[in-house]
Design a protein around this ligand. Structure first.
Ligand SMILES: Nc1nc2c(ncn2[C@@H]2O[C@H](COP(=O)(O)OP(=O)(O)OP(=O)(O)O)[C@@H](O)[C@H]2O)c(=O)[nH]1
Length: 273
């Protein structure tokens, strides 16, 4: 690019990435290759860079820089920009790398890191992060919330009687049906084994117990079919706790777990607080 940011040279790789031939793009502003919202800042950015002592720098932005191809499609890029002075005239070189694959890979890893393979629910890692966030919000804004702890009843017997794959089916069915009962903003996660946990934002204890009871009833009406096509029924016990000013992320889970223990001890297929 020249000092006005018009393109002077467009190599083969650039032609391939952007879909323009050099003939089409030479002489045009480099901003033509950026998504519109990045264009406005570009001038200032280049001016700052041109006036600085730095020869070469990565264009770091708090948001990912998106480039635009000739066909209008957008893709994430990483840019390193350098300047040279030729006969007193400043020129710029931009090395632009298409990072779509890298970003897609990172997103896939992030998804894996947060997801339970068997049920497709969030996993404990994700839940723990959300719990930290929602308890910080509680401290700042006083928005209350509840934690529900679930444990499938006599699940060992399901495995022992019908086999592990049927046990897995029960876990999947539990996840699917429970998701249908709770709201979109509620967070349901597999806590491990046959234990699940849910976060209900902006919910008081009474309402959370009602939700828990709806889930409990729904689950007690579900069946999965065994390998011999026998109906397999299952139930769930649920402990409920509302976050209080004395709580932290550990104590709220402990209180929900203690409530679950009471639900189990008072006969299972029950909700307790
Ligand atoms: N199929 C299957 N079983 C699992 C999985 N994770 C844990 N389990 C089983 O879950 C069972 C849990 O059994 P226990 O902790 O004894 O409890 P329970 O039989 O549910 O009895 P209560 O909780 O007291 O009602 C064990 O048999 C584990 O092997 C899984 O991913 N798939």
């Amino acid at each position: 690019m020249d000092a006005q940011q018009n393109i002077q040279l467009f190599n083969n790789a650039a032609e391939k990435i952007f879909g323009y031939s050099a003939d089409e793009i030479l002489g045009q502003s480099i901003t033509r290759l950026m998504k519109e919202k990045f264009r406005a800042n570009h001038g200032n950015y280049i001016k700052q860079f041109a006036d600085s002592d730095i020869q070469s720098r990565d264009m770091i932005s708090r948001v990912m820089i998106l480039a635009v191809k000739k066909d209008g499609s957008e893709f994430p890029v990483e840019i390193t920009i350098s300047k040279i002075s030729i006969n007193g005239k400043k020129e710029f070189t931009a090395i632009i790398r298409d990072v779509s694959n890298r970003i897609a890979f990172i997103e896939k890893l992030q998804h894996k890191l947060n997801t339970d393979n068997l049920t497709g629910l969030n996993n404990r890692n994700y839940f723990d992060g959300q719990l930290v966030e929602i308890s910080q919000q509680y401290k700042r804004f006083g928005h209350t919330f509840c934690v529900l702890m679930f444990d499938l009843d006599k699940f060992k017997m399901v495995n022992d009687t019908y086999g592990h794959p049927i046990g897995d089916k029960v876990l999947q069915e539990f996840a699917k049906k429970t998701k249908q009962v709770i709201r979109e903003v509620d967070i349901l996660a597999r806590f491990g084994g046959e234990e699940f946990i849910a976060l209900l934002p902006n919910t008081r204890l009474k309402a959370a117990k009602e939700v828990a009871n709806r889930i409990r009833q729904r689950i007690s009406q579900q069946i999965v079919l065994s390998q011999d096509h026998e109906p397999v029924t299952f139930t769930v016990s649920i402990g409920v706790a509302e976050f209080s000013p004395h709580d932290d992320t550990e104590s709220i889970i402990k209180r929900a777990d203690d409530a679950l223990y009471r639900a189990k001890n008072s006969g299972r297929n029950r909700v307790s607080d």
